[in-house]
Write a protein that binds this ligand. Structure first.
Ligand code: HEM
Ligand SMILES: N[C@@H](CC(=O)c1ccccc1NC=O)C(=O)O
Length: 284
């Protein structure tokens, strides 16, 4: 019987079972590169709440990295007609979104006075410049060309964004799948210019309606549709909490990124990623 009170014994036992010589010498901190991760919170102002502000953004960016990783893999699986792993990955995206949304509760503990103490130190920096957020929007089919301009001077980011901009997104993959499953999708749509913002299409709406009206015959597509609705629902919740938290903290001031602030954030809420999946709910 192993001595579980002795950390060294546990290490010795597991070493033999699963670790290679290389891994044996690696520590927790080295593996997670905590030296880099935990030395990247450098306040510009030294005000108490700026640490919260930095951490909440960094946590969001880390989760966005995982969202992109899962969504790209889900697109590949859908293209290969391998829907079960795609469902698992898309379900994971939804759970990550719940985590990011919860983050607004932490940030909302910062009052307007707390924030105004360091807002000036942020200069013109703004979440508007989050390239991973744009990658997510592009992957979901919201191809806003003007956004690319922001990154013109950062060659590598610009290249990565441009590549996501020119690629078919998650919804394009779902529509191609509808066509492969025998639904009559407009041929022009299957060959559409994917650099354009996706707009509602009647043949797609009729297909999704048929899926919802006879789910038993189209169980996988039905599940796919609901996973997409989960993701859009959560993204809208994120947008709403962002808008409301911004109002709570800076009111109707202009944004550091040059927009009208809350008015702009409210307007973005009108956009739908997967319009037919919402429209059909009134019509079936
Ligand atoms: C005190 C907290 C925050 C304030 C006052 C704030 C304010 C704003 C404002 C006013 C905008 C509009 C663009 C501009 O003119 O600057 C914006 C955009 C944005 N912010 Fe924030 N924000 C806050 C926290 C966050 C956090 C925690 C995130 C997470 C990453 C974030 C991500 C974004 C993104 C992605 C956009 C672009 C949205 C779009 O274009 O649809 N913001 N923010
Ligand atoms: N746009 C914000 C500033 C801001 O929130 C921000 C500044 C630098 C890095 C990230 C930010 N977060 C989201 O927009 C403001 O107008 O106060």
């Amino acid at each position: 019987m192993k001595d579980y009170t002795n950390g060294q014994n546990i290490a010795a036992a597991s070493e033999k079972e699963i670790h290679t010589d290389f891994e044996k010498n690696m520590t927790y901190g080295e593996y997670l590169q905590l030296d880099k991760l935990l030395s990247a919170q450098i306040p510009a102002s030294g005000q108490h709440d700026e640490t919260l502000f930095i951490v909440i953004h960094q946590v969001s960016e880390l989760w966005m990295k995982l969202i992109l990783h899962e969504m790209q893999s889900a697109i590949n699986c859908i293209n290969e007609d391998n829907l079960q792993p795609a469902f698992k990955q898309l379900a994971r995206v939804s759970r990550i979104q719940s985590q990011i949304i919860q983050g607004w509760d932490v940030l909302a503990t910062m009052t307007p006075t707390d924030y105004l103490k360091f807002r000036n130190s942020l200069g013109n920096a703004s979440g508007f410049q989050s390239y991973q957020y744009r990658m997510i929007e592009f992957t979901l089919g919201y191809k806003t060309k003007h956004v690319l301009k922001i990154y013109e001077k950062e060659k590598e980011l610009h290249q990565q964004l441009l590549s996501a901009f020119q690629k078919p997104g998650l919804y394009d993959a779902a529509i191609q799948k509808l066509a492969r499953s025998g639904f009559g999708i407009d041929p022009e749509l299957l060959d559409r210019d994917v650099t354009m913002v996706y707009e509602s299409n009647d043949s797609v709406k009729q297909a999704w309606k048929a899926v919802y009206q006879d789910a038993d015959s189209h169980w996988e597509l039905y599940q796919l549709a609901e996973k997409l609705v989960d993701i859009e629902d959560s993204l809208q919740q994120w947008r709403f909490r962002h808008m409301k938290t911004v109002e709570r903290i800076i009111g109707f001031r202009q944004g550091t990124g040059g927009s009208s602030g809350v008015h702009y954030l409210k307007k973005v809420l009108d956009h739908y990623f997967f319009p037919e999946l919402w429209e059909l709910r009134t019509e079936i």
